[in-house]
Design a protein around this ligand. Structure first.
Ligand SMILES: [Zn+2]
Length: 78
């Protein structure tokens, strides 16, 4: 888990939030959407979608980690 920087407007610590529980079936792909926002609601970044599934050989593939991408985007902006 990436440490989140503080809000550039009020100084509160950014908060990671799952905006949407998403998935596709056959095979199952996790498509949750994530954002980081200020707990005082002064700002929010765009949402980032995860894409996680398991290969036929059993390997778990994390094509996108929306939570991590949102955290990185927040920290680069803040
Ligand atoms: Zn704020």
């Amino acid at each position: 888990m990436i440490e989140l920087k503080h809000c550039p407007f009020c100084g509160a610590k950014g908060k990671l939030r799952r905006v949407l529980n998403g998935y596709r079936t056959d095979p199952v792909v996790i498509l949750d959407k994530w954002t980081v926002e200020c707990p005082n609601k002064c700002c929010q970044i765009k949402t980032f979608e995860s894409e996680i599934y398991q290969e036929e050989d059993g390997d778990i593939v994390i094509k996108h980690n929306g939570a991590e991408e949102a955290a990185t985007a927040w920290n680069e902006r803040a």
